[in-house]
Ligand binder design. Sequence first.
Ligand SMILES: NC(=O)C1=CN([C@@H]2O[C@H](COP(=O)(O)OP(=O)(O)OC[C@H]3O[C@@H](n4cnc5c(N)ncnc54)[C@H](O)[C@@H]3O)[C@@H](O)[C@H]2O)C=CC1
Ligand SMILES: O=C([O-])CC(=O)C(=O)O
Length: 340
Amino acid sequence: MFARNAARAFSAHSRMFSSSAARQTKVCVLGAGGGIGQPLSLLLKTDPLVSSLSLYDIRGAPGVAADVSHVDTASEVNGYPADNLDEALEGVKVVVIPAGVPRKPGMTRDDLFNTNASIVRDLASAIGRVAPDAHVLVISNPVNSTVPIVASVLEKAGVFDPRRLFGVTTLDVVRAAKFVSGLVGATPAETPITVVGGHSGVTIVPLLSQNNLGQSLTGETYEKVVHRIQYGGDEVVKAKDGAGSATLSMAYAGAKFANALLRGLNGEKGVITPTFVKSDLFASQGIDFFSSSVELGVNGVEKIHPIGNISPEEQKLIDACLPELKKNIEKGKSFVAQSS
Ligand SMILES: NC(=O)C1=CN([C@@H]2O[C@H](COP(=O)(O)OP(=O)(O)OC[C@H]3O[C@@H](n4cnc5c(N)ncnc54)[C@H](O)[C@@H]3O)[C@@H](O)[C@H]2O)C=CC1
Ligand SMILES: O=C([O-])CC(=O)C(=O)O
């Protein structure tokens, strides 16, 4: 039984990191010493598309780098302490940002804004200066605001390319597949669910009607699973009881999204996954960042897919998402506008 489970786990891992070899990439993790940063760095070390890993944190990154560097995969690993941010970013093609404080019970993601906004702003400013061509993957919360912060900082520096900035919403997609699969008696691979909108509470909009099995859920079961996907983060925050929020499932989700991007950058066709990007889908309503299915290609964002056909219930979810998302985006933009 153990052997069978282990074999299954290994094959899932290989699928997650399926590659067609080709070009390899230098990847940097900012916040590598943290709860997400450590397991994320480990997973990236096992990704064959990563040639070099640059690990930075204001504390602990050299130790994490020494540890991860012993894993027997080809990539090289370097750790950088607090004062060496610029060195960490040199020659980097992909930057993943899980730097910042996590929630405690009773907090919303927006409650993290006061601390995390300036952390993300300052990291974005260094990226704009040292690695202006890098693809930037933002994990730090509140994602609905931190992504516009990065965009505004890069814009101010004259180096913003919307094809290269991504809010990582993959954990919502991972949760949706897992929760729905359990209810319909299928595997998560059989219940991929597109999740659109943003990454907090009502801004998280799962489109169950677009999956054959997901659309079978109705009534109270439907309401409950939508709520669980929207508030899955709270479930973990509560269970950790003051010790932080999701770290391991987030590291998995972050590595999964990074691998998707790396495959797209390598020229693989048909790599499509939801991510929070600069988007025209709701621009007419003053909302210029939105998560929907995005095709990833050699330049990053290749094509932003429309939302597609949705049910009346899902339309209501979108209607509830938009005003909150707009507020979050504006908060991020005005923070940068007011920063000197
Ligand atoms: N996008 C998503 O789906 C998710 C996002 N998150 C968010 O990810 C962030 C990190 O969470 P955890 O890893 O659990 O927190 P953590 O506190 O365990 O780790 C954060 C790390 O960031 C580092 N850090 C702080 N300021 C820094 C700076 N200026 N430069 C570089 N590193 C810096 C800290 O030293 C620490 O090692 C939080 O904001 C959390 O809310 C968490 C789960 C899911
Ligand atoms: O809930 C949180 O604060 C962390 C997070 O974004 C998630 O788990 O989805």
